[in-house]
Write a protein that binds this ligand. Structure first.
Ligand code: 3HC
Length: 699
């Protein structure tokens, strides 16, 4: 049996180091080891107190999520946690790194908790479609009070050690060496004769659900708002309520059943898939971990428009000095003033304080022309979406940028190979496709042109990490992964309006799937003219046999650009952002349908759902087949972070597997017959449907 939990002594204190890299997850080996070593320490006459500590980078970061798909094996974690109550010698959890989920529950089972100042702790289980299932929902309210416990359990966000101390979760912060500090703490407990604190024992003051009706309602509302359609936060609250209504052992018993139901739910499986999918994105098959990224000590951004400003802020927020360049002093002044406003907003919302704002602002300087970019290690071009403009910029950059600088374009769909080709250093050119607002959106699509050097790509992926984003790699094609796979959904939404659906009906079907906004409301928000311009620039390449978005063009020709124009697919009254159905949209749709010979009819919600979703899935399959995406899960991560697809549905490719590829393929074929060329079935979809295969799991 491997020893994942050690046994050492210092004076009369036993130390049990958990050694299960990378995150000391509480798999079966660790649970068995803990039981064995706890019993050994309990029986050891030379020992009066026990310290549990994690080796390497962290205290256990939770149960081993990979075990969730296997039959459960005893001892369960709840067994270990409850066993701690019976150990008559004081047990101290010494926390560093991230004590998450089962890790925090293990610590809560210990009689005392000490932590490094940088430690973080929390119960993120709701993000996996479950809740703290090793009595966290019972013990945390007893230790931290109901409000703080619900904050951690329902919202799933960890807190730092100092806050945890304020909440009563941590007894002492240990500056310096944690292990010796924890031993000294244990010795003091012994010297003072401090009684053990058993967190399962009822402590007066938790009260009943009625006493806390307002707090409970607050967290139900927050759960509905932030985790729309997700069941686990509500299961977590129900579990906490059980603890108020039943004795501890009964509540734990009820928890067990509820936990198993949650763990086996479709939502939890999808959320676990999303957890691992997100981590897979960092693994690039032909760029091993050994390829070093290039050092980035400072950056340049070309363009101080909305995108350029957001990118500059994202870079500055991660500590990089940034030079933003524009074509005139006026454009620079406006850009810097807008950046200052952005930071003012962060201060107003309490995200940063004034001093931090000043520090971040000081990292951003403006300049006219490209000369100031000569020292930059990374330059991100965020100019107007026009291929000739971009080519001209890259030719100039080639002349001023220092050797080895990574030259990135923020284009959202253009041919980066062609942009790289105007330079004498195509190996240094990559795509960094940010999403609006660039400083807040977590997704960064890193685009890999044919000649890009592996270390330039590794640098793009590393940049995503250091700026707190999820980097997903795409090869070059029109629209890359994100926009290319979403366009068919939007296109289908507009066709459906032309055929007789109201924009509000189309949007309601998609929000019904769990997306926060429907595609037409999103178009109104981002501006219908953006894709209109793109369609115009591509007019020469249009396939005359494929159906075209005439209605979307007409909306733009009539000045219906969306919210900024007060009208788009919806109407917006008094400068507001609230979409109101507009009969004029219907009149325009009727007119365009007549011109195009489109028959208008009642359209069912099912048809809307299938056409919008399957159009995206069919395109996703083509993207995968062409090698634009390395794996189906990369497409899914794009949708989770780029388009707020509900995480508990995994992503479009995962959803496709859940629905069944044969069913989807049959419908795609039918839509192809009814609506024409833009429904060409993906050959991969066809093949997998015939084989009974999947996109996201082995067959
Ligand atoms: N189980 C299994 N594997 C895990 C894991 C876990 N709980 N946590 C992390 N890992 C794996 C990752 O998949 C990754 O594997 P890979 O190298 O093969 O891709 C490796 O550990 C490193 O993880 P990260 O890349 O995420 O490393 P970071 O340093 O960026 O982040 C972390 C570390 C903050 C701990 C992050 O991994 C994390 O949030 N982990 C999940 C925490 C969590 O959700 N805990 C609750 C689990 S459920 C539970 O405890 C149920 C209980 O109530 C009964």
């Amino acid at each position: 049996m491997s020893d994942l939990v050690g046994y050492e002594t210092e004076g009369r204190v036993a130390i049990l180091p958990i050694d299960n890299p990378p995150v000391n997850a509480l798999g079966i080996g660790v649970r068995e080891g803990l039981m064995r070593q706890l019993d050994r320490a309990a029986a050891d006459d030379a020992v009066d107190a026990i310290v549990i500590i994690g080796m390497g980078r962290t205290f256990p970061a939770g149960a081993d999520i990979r075990e969730f798909d296997q039959p459960t094996r005893e001892p369960h974690l709840i067994g270990v946690v409850d066993h701690l109550d019976t150990i008559e010698k004081p047990v101290v959890a010494a926390i560093h790194g991230t004590a998450l989920g089962g890790g925090l529950e293990l610590a809560l089972g210990c009689h005392f908790r000490v932590a490094s100042p940088s430690a973080r702790m929390g119960t993120p289980e709701v993000n996996l479609g479950i809740f703290p299932g090793a009595a966290g929902t019972q013990r945390l309210p007893r230790v931290a009070g109901l409000d703080h416990a619900l904050e951690l359990i329902v919202l799933g966000k960890p807190v730092g050690a100092h806050k945890a101390k304020d909440y009563g979760i941590v007894d002492a912060i240990i500056e310096g060496d944690l292990r010796s500090g924890a031993v000294a703490f244990a010795e003091k407990i012994l010297a003072d004769g401090t009684p053990r604190r058993i967190s399962s024992e009822p402590r007066g003051g938790i009260g009943s659900p009625d006493d806390h009706a307002a707090t409970i309602a607050k967290y139900r509302d927050l759960a509905n708002h932030r985790m729309r359609g997700q069941e686990s936060p509500h299961q977590a609250i129900d579990s906490v309520l059980d603890g108020m209504l039943m004795p501890y052992p009964d509540a734990v018993q009820a928890d067990r059943k509820r936990f198993e139901t949650c763990k086996n739910s479709d939502q939890s499986r999808a959320l676990r898939y999303a957890f691992f999918a997100e981590r897979e994105t960092a693994k690039i098959p032909d760029i091993g971990k050994d390829i070093a990224q290039r050092a980035i000590a400072n950056a340049g951004v070309i363009g101080a428009g909305t995108m350029g400003r957001g990118i500059a802020v994202s870079l500055a927020d991660s500590g990089l000095p940034v030079t933003v360049v524009e074509t005139s002093q006026e454009a620079i002044d406006t850009g810097l003033a807008e950046i200052a406003k952005l930071y003012d907003g962060m201060v107003r919302r309490g995200r940063i304080d004034e001093a931090e704002k000043e520090r971040r602002l000081a990292r951003i300087t403006g300049a006219v022309g490209f000369d100031e970019l000569g020292a930059a290690d990374l330059i991100v071009e965020a100019a107007f979406e026009d291929l000739d403009v971009k080519k001209e910029i890259f030719a100039k950059l080639d002349a001023v940028a220092k050797p080895g600088a990574v030259l990135a374009t923020n284009t959202s769909y253009m041919d980066i190979d062609a942009i790289a080709a105007v330079t004498n250093r195509p190996a240094d050119v990559i795509g960094l496709h940010y999403f609006v607002p660039a400083n807040a959106m977590r997704l960064l699509e890193v685009v890999r042109p044919a000649k890009a050097a592996p270390d330039a790509i590794a640098t793009g992926m590393a940049l995503a990490r250091v700026t707190g984003k999820v980097g997903v790699l795409a090869r070059v094609c029109h629209g890359f992964i994100a926009n290319r796979s979403r366009l068919p959904l939007v296109r289908e939404a507009t066709f459906l309006v032309e055929e007789g659906a109201a924009p509000a009906q189309v949007d309601a079907v998609l929000t019904g799937l769990g997306m926060p906004m429907g595609p037409l409301a999103v178009s109104d928000l981002s501006g219908l003219d953006v894709s209109w311009r793109m369609r115009q620039s591509l007019a020469g390449q249009r396939d005359p046999d494929a159906r075209y978005m005439h209605l979307a063009d007409r909306m733009c020709e009539l000045g219906r650009f969306g919210i900024k124009a007060g009208k788009g697919w919806y109407r917006y009254e008094d400068g507001g952002r609230n979409p109101v159905p507009d009969p004029e949209t219907e009149a325009i749709a009727i007119e365009v349908a007549r011109e195009q010979g489109t028959e208008r009819r009642d359209i069912s919600d099912d048809e809307i759902r299938e056409r919008c979703l399957y159009a995206a899935i069919n395109e996703g399959a083509k993207i995968l087949d062409e090698g634009i995406a390395a794996r189906a899960s990369d497409i899914d991560v794009m949708w989770l972070y780029g388009f707020a697809y509900p995480r508990w549905r995994g992503g479009i490719m995962y959803t496709a597997d859940e629905i069944g590829l044969a069913k989807i393929h049959a419908r795609v074929q039918q839509f192809h017959a009814e609506h024409g060329k833009h429904w060409d079935p993906s050959p991969l979809l066809e093949r997998l449907a015939a084989e009974g295969g999947f996109f996201t799991r082995p067959t």
